[in-house]
Ligand binder design. Structure first.
Ligand code: GSH
Length: 220
């Protein structure tokens, strides 16, 4: 009997996108279940009783939670294809360090850019660009963060790309001008089928952000 793999997810979750990319990289077939986060399913509450968050991977009935932990699990279980983490322990530690930086810095920096006004917005923009510039420096002239092939750090970061259009249009922060190497990297990643099919369209995200902004600040 084959593996039963279920992913509890939500379309615009960057955390869920990581798992979708990892499963696509490995060629794992799975059932996708979209969650309504305003009305969580009994399955989600049962499978992630601690955080009650998506994504959750359910492998043969057993849940794995937290996107980066899920990606590491996928890499270990389906290990005959497309290694995501480096085999060298030091390189592996570095990859984990950068994925952790992305979770600690990039996510919050992005959240601060759009739902603010005036001076507060300017300070957030500066911080946002600084966070990405650190990553641009780490990337250097390599095609991918790990070197020649797409891997763990690329997978942790690339989902943020589908928010870039919204950041640029609403927050007026152009990463294209500030971080050209990073943008070239993102476009390189988007050439990969595993990535392209796992990320929603940038304009769909933009539409969602506009709606949220309207709800918070009215329609000015
Ligand atoms: N650290 C978690 C974050 C997951 C997360 O924040 N999921 C959000 C959706 S993007 C969620 O399920 N939110 C529902 C809630 O907070 O009630 C991961 O990496 O998986």
């Amino acid at each position: 009997m084959g593996d039963e793999v279920i992913l509890l997810d939500f379309w615009r979750s960057i955390f869920g996108m990581r798992v979708r990319i990892a499963l696509a990289e490995k060629g794992v077939k799975y059932e996708y279940k979209e969650e309504d986060l305003g009305n969580k399913s009994p399955l989600l509450l049962e499978m992630n009783p601690i955080h009650k968050k998506i994504p959750v991977l359910i492998h043969n009935g057993k849940p794995i939670c937290e996107s980066l932990i899920i990606v590491q699990y996928i890499d270990e279980v389906w290990n005959s294809k497309s290694a995501l983490l480096p085999s060298d322990p030091y390189e592996r530690a570095q990859a984990r360090f950068w994925a952790d930086y992305i979770d600690k810095k990039v996510y919050d920096a992005g959240r601060k850019v759009w739902p603010r006004k005036g001076d507060e917005m300017e300070a957030s923009k500066k911080e946002f660009i600084e966070v990405y510039k650190v990553l641009e420096e780490e990337l250097g002239d390599k095609p991918y963060f790990g070197g020649e092939t797409f891997g763990y750090v690329d997978l942790a970061l690339i989902p943020f790309y589908c928010w870039f259009y919204a950041y640029g249009t609403i927050g007026n922060v152009s990463l294209e001008a500030e971080c050209p190497k990073l943008i070239a990297w993102a476009k390189r990643c988007m050439q990969k089928e595993s990535v392209a099919k796992s990320l929603p369209d940038q304009r769909k995200i933009y539409g969602y952000v506009l709606e949220m902004k309207k709800k918070r600040f009215g329609s000015e």
